[in-house]
Design a protein around this ligand. Structure first.
Ligand code: DAH
Length: 338
């Protein structure tokens, strides 16, 4: 009998496994209720007295050995599961992808940078605007036909509240809360109820510029625009075409001479060499008055341009919808841009 137990002891010592089921089977075989150890203990009473001591020792040895074995193997198994949970911690980390700025942000930041060098600060206003700031204060009273120039999204329950159709609304807010000299640019998103196509969208982005001080002249406006186009596009030949905006008088549309050197130049300028980039003019005295600035003392110029349009031009993007779809395959391509 003692020999049999010793054989089991040797077997227990040899046992190794990483399988949960096998370890459990091993435990039941030795330590379970109907396991070998209990059956050996049951034999104890039949063992001749002179052998009882030795018999007792070997079954205790077997019990301790089997219990230790089960504990050690279970622990090893658990730490293995634990390791699996965190992966192999010695492996090198996953490389982190570098993000890219959105082309709208790239162009907007460049415009801000260029104007901040000549003393313009940056101002902002709300996208949900009231009639006064978007229209009336800008010399566009109710029933003014020029309101039709911009198809407006109104907030249904209140005809006084709308989504701003241009960033010119920020001019009004800025003049209401600041005294001249004023030099500010206001980038932001604007909304118009337009059919969506490759060339137009119902929301896009503009930058508004405003300069109000004593003796601001049309020549100052032209000089500022020339500085801007040469910094932005590397082109300083511009022309001002007479135009109409209710909030400026006189008003003009600004074209920059792009040139006709390449096939792309031809396509972009429709064969003329000229590209229209913004609207501008001298702030209408009525607008100054509406904002609490005395037009007898101060004059100013203003301009407004579309950021999306410039982003499309500079990056040769053919469809304005790409700018709002957030397709990573498109956005990734701007990694090397500023
Ligand atoms: N607000 C005009 C638009 O949305 C752009 C504009 C034209 C802004 C002339 C101006 C300006 O400040 O002087 O089309």
């Amino acid at each position: 009998m003692i020999e049999t137990i010793k054989e089991h002891l040797a077997e227990v010592e040899k046992f190794a496994s990483t399988s949960k089921e096998e370890i459990e089977a091993f435990r039941i075989k030795y330590l379970g209720k109907k396991g070998l150890l209990n059956s050996f203990f049951a034999e104890f009473k039949n063992v001749p007295n002179d052998q009882k001591k030795e018999f007792g020792q070997v079954i205790n040895e077997l019990k301790n050995s089997a219990t230790d074995k089960v504990n050690v193997l279970k622990e090893a198994l658990e730490s293995q599961v634990e390791e699996g949970k965190y992966g192999d911690l010695t492996r090198p980390g996953e490389p982190m992808e570098i993000g890219a700025r959105h082309p709208i942000s790239i162009v907007k930041n460049r415009i801000i940078d260029i104007f901040s060098r000549i003393g313009f600060n940056v101002s902002e206003g709300p996208e949900i605007e009231d009639d006064w700031h978007n229209f009336t204060a800008l010399n566009l009273p109710e029933y003014h036909p020029a309101r039709d120039m911009q198809d407006t999204f109104f907030i249904q329950t209140d005809p006084d509240i709308l989504l701003r159709t241009h960033t010119s609304s920020v001019q009004v807010r800025y003049m209401e809360s600041h005294k001249p000299p004023i030099r500010t640019i206001s980038p932001g998103r604007v909304y118009r109820n337009e059919a969506i196509s490759a060339r137009s969208h119902c929301f896009f982005h503009q930058v508004e510029g405003l300069y109000v001080d004593k003796n601001v002249s049309f020549a100052d406006l032209k000089q500022t625009l020339q500085y801007f186009t040469s910094e932005m596009f590397g082109k300083s030949k511009i022309r001002l075409r007479p135009s109409y905006f209710p909030f400026t008088e006189p008003s003009a549309e600004v074209d920059v001479y792009w040139g006709l050197e390449t096939e792309t130049d031809y396509r972009m300028t429709k064969g003329t060499g000229w590209l229209e980039i913004m609207g501008c003019g001298m702030v209408d005295p009525n607008v100054l008055k509406n904002c609490g600035i005395d037009p007898e003392v101060y004059s100013g110029f203003a301009f407004g341009m579309g950021i999306d349009r410039i982003a499309l031009l500079l990056h040769q993007i053919s469809d304005i919808r790409l700018l709002s779809e957030n397709d990573v395959r498109f956005l990734e391509q701007f990694k090397s841009a500023l």
